[in-house]
Design a binder for this molecule. Structure first.
Ligand SMILES: [Zn+2]
Length: 200
């Protein structure tokens, strides 16, 4: 199984930081993604960063990278996890929404949903749901809009996008910037991905 890890936005993406600028989504998600790939590789898994660059890489380019690998090894032998931090307002102010969530596209496969559910189960075990209400199916979609999540919709393999707490919630930002918080969120992905692979 080829485990593909994408780390969202780049250093030049506008916004995408905590109101006090302590947390920048591009930096946090890269640190998380790199640690996750290292942990999986150390266990003998074939894990790879889709976006090793620090700068913003176009969604179309990232999708092409994933789909080229899918073509080479077969879609059923790949999975994609895109790592992000959520935001409540995007207006440079602190907000109340907090907690962890995972998204799939509206056209997602059963395996995408399965991987998302397994991630949610691990997040619930770690009591990371904050004040998010967890849907019965244990994953989220962009149900409020006709749009969909480009990188999930257009990649050929099972694919999920994790929103690791809120970058505009004070408690979440403290947690995200702590070494314990980072380690726990890396471990959440690590355990869930391995559980998913073993379940196939
Ligand atoms: Zn993001």
């Amino acid at each position: 199984m080829k485990i593909l890890i994408d780390n969202g936005h780049g250093i030049n993406t506008a916004g995408k930081c905590s109101p006090d600028k302590r947390l920048r989504e591009y930096a946090w998600s890269r640190d998380c993604a790199r640690r996750l790939v290292a942990a999986l590789s150390q266990e003998g898994y074939d894990a790879e960063l889709i976006t090793p660059e620090d700068w913003d890489v176009k969604l179309q380019t990232r999708v092409a990278r994933v789909n080229n690998i899918c073509k080479a090894v077969g879609s059923r032998n790949c999975l994609l996890v895109s790592i992000h931090n959520n935001a409540g307002g995007g207006d440079g102010k602190w907000h109340d929404a907090c907690g962890w969530s995972v998204f799939v596209s509206k056209n997602s496969s059963e395996n995408s949903k399965k991987l998302a559910r397994m991630l949610t189960v691990e997040a619930m075990k770690r009591e990371l749901m904050g004040n998010r209400s967890v849907p019965l199916q244990k994953y989220w979609t962009w149900s409020w809009t006709d749009k969909d999540i480009y990188i999930l919709k257009n990649t050929a393999c099972p694919a999920v996008l994790t929103e690791n707490m809120f970058q505009d919630h004070k408690g979440d930002v403290d947690y995200l910037l702590s070494e314990d918080g980072m380690k726990e969120l890396v471990d959440l992905h690590f355990v869930s991905i391995i559980n998913y692979i073993k379940s196939l």
